[in-house]
Design a protein around this ligand. Structure first.
Ligand code: YH5
Length: 272
């Protein structure tokens, strides 16, 4: 079992050099572990560690660099907590090392399309999050087009579920994510949140990451520079529309908002 509580809050732990200010190796490890502890204290259900920046325009990172960023942090978290940890990676080498170091899920923004990734993921036996992305991080935000964004995302998932099953990954290991901001305009992103129910019909848990993304920033432009409340609102709507896991930076505020959301949905103040 990946997690007991649904909807689950996944806290984002970036371990790219730009995330923790000055980047001496042990200092960076300490800062990452401190941030993980803080997110656990704030009620995170899952920690998602990522060592490759996939922001629009970012360049790919060599696998050994990514592995050296991610694995020590995963091991350090494992030394004090058995919280589920997912590793945000597309690289077969990192998938394998993450599984050996105690990862609970592989989260791949490229949906196991890199050479060797399907086989590496199959061998881990772990749950896998398949995210939809049109294009690659370097170019994806240059004028993305769809005839029908929801159908195209569904077709993509059906094709990737098929590829997974052929590689020996049962569909009951899969989590699906529409990939907000990955080759999509703000209008595409908003349509996808509203139509999560159609993705839900694929019968798998849905993961949604809207936190602090540029669609939220664009909606709030001219207002607050603080993206926390907008991101929390996005997480609440995503859960009302069927998201099972929300991937967020601001764990404490999201956990509180979702406690109220689920208490109302279930008409039970303890949210059970
Ligand atoms: C995701 O949605 N996203 S990394 C740009 C931002 C803010 C945040 C311009 N990994 C996802 O978080 N994995 C990332 O402001 C992910 N789903 C899954 N499954 C990008 C990111 C971000 C990008």
């Amino acid at each position: 079992m990946l997690t007991a509580r649904f909807p689950a809050v996944m806290g984002i732990l970036n371990v790219t050099p730009d995330s923790f200010s000055d980047g001496g190796r042990f200092e960076t490890l300490d800062a990452a572990v401190a941030r993980a502890r803080q997110m656990i204290d704030e009620g995170a259900d899952i920690i998602d560690i990522g060592g490759e920046s996939t922001r629009p325009g970012a360049d790919p990172v060599p696998a050994d660099v990514e592995r050296e960023r991610v694995i020590p942090v995963l091991k350090a978290i494992r030394a004090f907590s058995d919280i589920p940890v997912s590793v945000d990676t597309s690289s077969p080498e990192v998938i394998e090392a993450a599984a050996q170091a105690g990862a609970s899920m592989i989260n791949d923004v490229r949906a196991l399309r890199r050479d060797g990734a399907l086989a590496a993921a199959a061998a881990t036996g772990l749950p896998i999050c398949l995210m939809h992305m049109k294009g690659d991080p370097k170019t994806m935000q240059a004028d993305p087009h769809y005839d029908d964004v929801v159908s195209e995302v569904i077709d993509f998932f059906m094709s990737r579920i098929g590829a997974c099953e052929s590689a020996g990954i049962d569909r009951d290991r899969l989590v699906l994510d529409p990939g907000f901001g990955f080759g999509k305009t703000p209008a595409h992103n908003l349509t996808l949140v509203n139509r999560l129910g159609m993705l839900k019909d694929l019968g798998r848990p849905l993961l949604v990451g809207l936190s602090r993304k540029s669609t939220i920033a664009k909606i709030l432009a001219g207002g607050s520079a603080d993206l926390v409340l907008g991101s929390v609102a996005g997480a609440v709507v995503a859960v009302l529309r069927g998201a099972d896991i929300v991937r967020v930076h601001d764990v404490g505020p999201t956990v509180q908002a979702l406690r109220v959301t689920t208490a109302i949905q279930r008409e039970n103040i303890s949210g059970n």
